[in-house]
Ligand binder design. Sequence first.
Ligand SMILES: Nc1ncnc2c1ncn2[C@@H]1O[C@H](COP(=O)(O)OP(=O)(O)OP(=O)(O)O)[C@@H](O)[C@H]1O
Length: 619
Amino acid sequence: MARSAKGPAATGLDASMQEAAQAQRQRFKYTDDEVIEKPFNWKQVLRLLSYMKPYRKQLVPMVVMMLLGTLTRLAAPAVIILAIDEAIDKGGGDKGLLLTYGGIMLGLYVVQWAANTIRIKYTNVIGQKVIYDLRQQLFEHIQKLSFRFFDKRPAGSVLVRVTNDVNSLQDLFTNGVVNLLMDCIQLIGIAAILLIWNFQLGIAVMVTVPLMFIVSGTLRKRIRFAWQDVRIKQSRINSHLNEAIQGMKVTQAYVQEKENYQFFDHMNTINKKSWDRASALNQTFGPIIEVTAAIGTLILFWYGSHLLQTNVITVGLLVGFANYIGNFWDPINRLGQMYNQLLVAMASSERIFEFIDEEPTVKESGRARMLTGIKGDVSFDRIVFEYEKGRPALKGISLEVKAGQSVALVGHTGSGKSTIINLLCRFYDPVEGAVRIDGQDIRDVTIESLRSQVGIVLQDTFIFSGTIRDNIRFGRLTATDEEVEMAARAVNAHEFIVSLPDGYDTEVQERGNVLSMGQRQLLSFARALLADPAILILDEATASIDTETELKIQEALKTLLAGRTSFIIAHRLSTIRHCDNIVVLDHGRIVEQGDHDALMRHGGTYHGLIEAQYRFLSA
Ligand SMILES: Nc1ncnc2c1ncn2[C@@H]1O[C@H](COP(=O)(O)OP(=O)(O)OP(=O)(O)O)[C@@H](O)[C@H]1O
């Protein structure tokens, strides 16, 4: 009864929850675009190894130690053979000789231990340095890449290359390459010793080797795919987690926690299943290797004892063979693992090199001059620009701005206001036409000198982790504490800064979580003032400031803008009323320009926008 009373409601709830989870699944679409492994590619391996070149000096002792370690390991069973045959078997127990062989064995182990310790030290040092260089080179290069590059990629995928992909090469450089060489030398060495010492027995005990390679190859492949699947599932969880944390406020505001939880639970379950499968497959590998190894040992003792009885081999040789065979399977096993690791590293290095080889689309010409001591005349000469081929964002913009003038850019959303600014800062280059400052095409001047003449206060004010003082000083790193404070006072930010617990030394988090939007904007004003650029851009800069702060800001802006050419993008038209020139954009074209009074008299688009805004505010 209890069950039937509860049943329909519970079933209904379950059904609705399942529907919600299903809807969530459809909402989150993850593309597994990152290929996890790539075929072996010699060119790429050589390119990777070239990162070791600067450390040639450390490479020499490392290789010497590696050879010494491997040779001593190969020599040890040979000494056992001699000790048994010469000191125990033949001489009927020559204690002196036995002690000598014992001493040699001890010596070999000490040398082997020392050689391995020194080798590991050198490999770690070289490996870490190579990874450091690679990460540094990658980051340095990414910083140079143009906006077009970032437009095409989500921030997460760029992040993953600098972290995960570089990390996956770390193992290869710190252990992989050296172990691979050591294992190869050991395998070839053992095979050669066995065949030289007794060809027939050598062939007999190694008869299982091809079998081992086949089993190991096939199984490893399956295990590799299973682990790849785990990585894909984990990377999905990571992307979802990233999105869930970034969008936490929206999730809570729309009360979507339960749905998010269910979706996460669904992905987590899939991940667990995938992990269980891979791990179960992995566990089958050990017994298979052991069985194959046991077959080899069985053949050794069966055929070996036969050869012993017929006096073809000695007891020492049989024991020595057993010893060598014991050292034979481990390298085979490791080589399989190494091969998998190498294929994963191939994919990671390909992704890293793809970024390193990416040329910035905004390039500096070899003859670029410094742009210094400018007046601030700006001209846009018949500019055509498109972000995506065939979809022009600017369609022939011509605009003359005299030094010291303030220009407002207005127009509907998507009309091209920010694009004009992007071209002035050379974040992109126009497809046609030219942007000039004081008559110089900005493609002929160095990017650094151009951007240091152009100050920008963006709509989304970025606050870096650090103190308030550091954040203002970002405008000019050499500014003194007094200059930082003066800039803050000039834009009316000083008052709120000193009211914070540690004043100018208050620590703020990435993106300025402890500050209000208005406060963040005031800080970025101070930052721009400190930079003292000849040309200033304010992109929606006053959008988030309340009326009282806005009055303060308007006052500060007069100081900030005095003597500078300025471009102001503002949706609130009241803030740009006093600009010298108001440029009205419509679908990438200038449709009107003039001062406020002239445009109002004209009664065109601007007049319409002012009317609409007035109606909206008084509604
Ligand atoms: N990174 C980009 N990649 C592709 N298209 C873009 C990109 N940035 C802008 N666009 C497109 O270019 C056109 C102009 O955009 P722009 O950002 O200059 O408009 P806006 O006038 O500043 O708009 P808003 O007032 O909304 O900020 C729009 O159609 C927009 O969709």
